[in-house]
Design a binder for this molecule. Sequence first.
Ligand SMILES: [Zn+2]
Length: 472
Amino acid sequence: MQAWNKISRMPAGAISKMQDELLQKMITEQFAVRHPYYRNLFKESGINAAEIKGVSDLGRIPFTEKKDMLAPPGEPLYPKQFVIDPPSEDEEKDKKKGFSLFGKKDSDADTAKYRFASLYFTAGRTAKAVPIEYTGYDLENLKEAGARAFDILGLTRDDTLINAFSYAPNAYFWQMFYSTLGIGSTALQTGGGRVLGMEKILKAVDNLEAPVLAASPGYARFALQTLGHFGLSAANLERIIIGIDFAPMEVVESIRKLMKSVGTKNNLVQRIYFNSEAKSGMAECEPGFGYHINPDHLLVEIVDPESGTVLGTGEKGEIVITNLDARGTALLRFRTGDIASGGLVTEPCPNCKRTVPRIMGDIERKEHFFKLQGKAGEVLLNGNQIRRMMFARDDVLVWFAEISSSGAEDYLRVVMKNVSETDETAVLKAVEESLKAEYQLPFTVESSSLDAIANKIGLEKLVTEQNIFDNR
Ligand SMILES: [Zn+2]
């Protein structure tokens, strides 16, 4: 952790200098020579790797998109194009040792670093999942990133944690797994609802007197709302860490309120942002202060989702990542499809004083924006906004929305189940009113049973629930 103590307090100028050096090293020693896809791309686009001296030269390299990584039909091994080749035996012998940064020994020629260890997949439901290879080296970095995330969250090894992220080849469950491993805290890796089920997870929270629960926002809400139904207590619960799914401040607030209403010991809610491609999770010290980036693992750019122009400090845009210290699958200027509403900032965090860059605001998924056919032309429907609105409601237990077309016009159908002690008619009316105020589209609001909705949204079946369906 000494290196982290140093990195997390370095002045912004020193951080950007470090990133320039790491980028140059990663490009000349890995991407340009050992990475099949980028080696080829550099050659085809006439990019001279030696001329990329730092972040300011990155614009010369085109973006990589998820579609570039998808295997064409009949080429299942295509994603290997994105995996760094191990050095040859000769190379290993010739390799000179030298350059060392922050005490990290440079033994790049060590083939063990390049050896495949684990396979995770990109998130996202509309596009096909892309396999992301992790090597032993990457898992070590994941552990380090986990220890740092816990440092930022203010967790110690004494905090027993219930990991209720879904067990899946996805970064959230595993980053949390390696975080607890890295710090040596007591943790129950439940595998989430689809492995253990809600009742057993809640029993674990109760029996282990665990102060920390990590879950998707929808699942955390559902857990708190069904606690009473199972006759269980969360009296020792102090904080919930949410991630994996859209977690705007409204949702943080609604979970806080729910924690208070069920009588938890404290009602802290914190957010994390992980993605499989980044290979390095990010945490917020307090909601609203931004996801703290590991600047020695990852370079983040924020770009205009339409034009690709790199945006300035604090401007809303798409998160683009470059691995600065990875083996296995490695990416250069990868467009994540995640939109940071508050962009990127580099000034020290006003809350924890750490100096690492931070991704600000709520992180929306690009795939949740829908273009709808309205009476007077195209209407943009921000599904993130519907989720923000619905998840912030205390009176709605579960819900989903469907987009359908009636020919001339698209319309929205919202189906929900209200919380048991509320009046169904009143809740339906209230949801209808808020939708009417927000959207210029025809829509209907109706109620259904908990079972039917839980089934539809994949509660305890999918990695995280699906709330918006496009039936067109
Ligand atoms: Zn902070």
